[in-house]
Design a protein around this ligand. Sequence first.
Ligand code: C5P
Length: 238
Amino acid sequence: MAAEIKSRIITALDVDELEKAKKLVKLLKDDVAAFKIGKQLFTRCGPDAVKMIHDEGGRVFLDLKFHDIPTTVAKASLEVMRLGVFMFNMHALGGLDMMKKAVCEVKEKALGKGEKKPIILAVTVLTSQGPEDLKRLGINMGMEDLVVRLASLSKEAGVDGVVASPKEIKAIRKSCGNIFTIVTPGIRPASSSKDDQKRIMTPLEAVDAGADYIVVGRPITQAEDPLSAAQSINKELH
Ligand code: C5P
C-alpha cells in the first residue's frame, strides 16, 4: 500500500442526496482513504457528487462497474479520468479486450497530459452470486477457480487490482502477487450488525488475509458516531 495512505477504509456513500453525502464527507475526510460513489448516488447527482468530495479534500472510488463493448468502456473510462477520481472499476467478465483497451487509453491519456492515472479495478464475480447462479449461466467452474481466473485475466489486461470478497483474498494474492490492489467489501467490525452481508470478515481479518483497502458502508455511515466508528477501525488496523 502507498506510503501516503493513512487509512485503509473506503467509505461507501450509499445515500440518495448530495447533502447527506456532504455531511459524511466533511466528518470523515481526514480518517478514511476514499469515498465510494456507487450507481445510486451517481445516477441521482452525477459528477456533482465527485466534485463535492474533491472540493472537501477527499478522494473518490467511482464504483460504476462498466461492462460493455471495448470502445464504449474505454470512452467511459476516459470520462471518468477527466473527473479526476482516485479509483474506478469495470467487470472482468467484459473480457480481456475490453479491459485492455480501457487501460491502454487511460494510460496513454495520463501520460500525454502528465496526470496521475486512476487506479483501475476489475470486479470478478459479485458476492451476491453463488455456485448455483454460475451453473444457471452455463459456467461449469468452481467459484474460487473462476474468481482467480478472472483476477489473472485482469492482471494480464494491465488492470491494477480487483474488488473481491474477503474469502477470496488469499487465493487471489497467491495467483496475482503482491503488486496487485485488492479492495474488499463485506467487512464488519466484531461489534457491528451483519445487515444483509453474508460472507463477512472483520477489518483486521481482511487486512491480514491481504486486502489493501476495505469498503465499509453502514457500520460507519449508520453508526451513532460515524467518526469514532471509522477511527476505531483505523486503530484496530494500526
Ligand atoms: O454497508 P456495507 O458495508 O454493506 O456496504 C458495502 C458496499 O460495498 C456497498 O456499496 C455494496 O454495494 C458494495 N459491494 C458489496 N459487495 C460486492 C460489491 C460491492 O457489498 N461484492
